[in-house]
Design a protein around this ligand. Structure first.
Ligand SMILES: Cc1ncc(COP(=O)(O)O)c(C=O)c1O
Length: 398
């Protein structure tokens, strides 16, 4: 085996949401899971070693981060994203989704409007709806296989609905866009003009492919830090989602205090010590591992691009600029949303995320997680090809 990422690691019987819950969640037992956003790769050795050493210590009392945690993060963001953080901006949370639910409650009142850009990571809409806020959607524009923003509609929806908060997905899950400076700047300036606070969910910020660069929303305009909350985590980057550690940065003290107060009201106090330990080790020593991972993922994307082009007529891949989630367009096959889901799940035996889960504009799409050994990806696409051929679907393109 020439590449560590080629190793197929048995994940069954590890309490894995991806691998151990198919039947409980109403899926066939023999389904191949490429849905939830975690990777089929081991975390870097530096993380495994740090966790093993901490486990061997044997005492797991209440814990919190010290200065060294901040120093490691400061260097990480400077090195990887050219972003200078300050220690007092940091608020830790057990997850980005947990932070989103609590930020919405801290920064808006029930009945106020929050804007998101669908199709987008579905917990955004859930968090707005579940907290009794009003969901406002600025639909992304899909044209010639590419996504862009309708800024007029964004501003119009903000003023008509008196929107208070914007949740940006930067880079964007599931459409794979790494937003450009002009796009972020215009969004941010519209928000400032209308008194809309920005939450920038940047959990995918380390998955950026050649020709693209991640820009921290808060950092692109001197007026933005005061109006922006930046959500980050080592969980996607280093495959640590089960360790429940995320780092939220808020430069504006008033906003930060509101968020802290809201967190306290949930009963959440100190972070998980294993999450802290893993985050510190990963951000201190994980660069080379991450760079190798990115190279492997780029090859996985190249594999999908070619497979789709050569062997899946009627299906197209939206070219990802970032993230390890690929957005596949099946619309040319002319299937209904339910029929498409059924074919993917019950005939191809693939557990993907149906496009409709991501809201407006998701019809006819499926999201596939390509952060797995290439052999798994090959098997998944072979199943897809066989199924479409069996049904004679691929031959009947509209
Ligand atoms: C945009 C986005 N935000 C947040 C999360 C989840 O973050 P956490 O596990 O820290 O709640 C995901 C996971 O897929 C995601 O895609």
């Amino acid at each position: 085996m020439d590449n560590v990422f080629d190793e197929i690691i048995e994940r069954g019987n590890t309490d894995s949401l991806k691998y151990d819950f198919a039947v409980r969640r109403g899926k066939p037992a023999d389904v191949l899971p490429l849905w939830v956003a975690d990777m089929d790769f081991r975390a870097p050795a530096c993380v495994q070693d740090a966790l093993a050493a901490r486990a061997r210590h044997g005492i797991f009392g209440y814990s919190d981060s010290r200065e060294d945690y901040y120093f490691v993060l400061r260097e990480w963001f400077k090195r990887r994203h050219g972003w200078a953080i300050k220690e007092d901006w940091l608020v830790k949370s057990p997850g980005v989704v947990f932070a989103l639910y609590n930020l919405i409650q801290a920064l808006t009142r029930a009945g106020e409007a929050v804007i998101i850009q669908q199709p987008v990571y579905y917990p955004f809409a859930d968090a707005v709806n579940d907290t009794g806020r009003v969901l406002t959607v600025n639909r992304l524009v899909y044209k010639n296989g590419e996504y862009s923003i309708d800024f007029d509609d964004f501003e119009d929806k903000i003023s008509k609905n008196r929107v208070r908060l914007f949740i940006a997905c930067n880079p964007h899950n599931p459409v794979g866009r790494v937003w450009r400076r002009e796009e972020l700047d215009l969004l941010g300036r519209i928000c400032l003009k209308h008194g809309v606070i920005v939450i920038s969910d940047e959990v995918h910020q380390d998955f950026i492919y050649a020709g693209n660069r991640h820009l921290v929303f808060a950092d692109i305009n001197p007026e933005f830090p005061d109006n922006t909350v930046t959500c980050t985590a080592p969980s996607k980057t280093f495959n640590l989602a089960g360790l429940k550690a995320s780092n939220i940065f808020i430069a504006n003290k008033t906003l930060r205090d509101k968020f802290r107060k809201q967190l306290t009201s949930t009963g959440y106090g100190e972070p998980n010590v294993m999450g802290l330990t893993a985050c510190k080790a990963a951000c201190r020593e994980g660069d080379v591992w991450l760079d190798n991972l990115l190279a492997y993922l780029a090859e996985n994307i190249a594999f999908v691009r070619e497979f789709v082009r050569e062997r899946l007529p009627g299906v197209s891949m939206v070219e990802p600029e970032g993230t390890y989630l690929i957005w596949l367009d099946f619309n040319a096959l002319g299937l209904g949303a339910r029929e498409l889901d059924e074919i993917i799940l019950s005939r191809a035996k693939l557990w993907l995320d149906a496009g409709t889960m991501f809201g407006a504009g998701g019809e006819g799409f499926q999201r596939i997680n390509i952060a797995c050994p290439r052999a798994i990806l090959r098997e998944a696409f072979a199943r897809l090809q066989r199924t479409l051929a069996e049904k004679g679907i691929a031959g009947k393109i509209l």
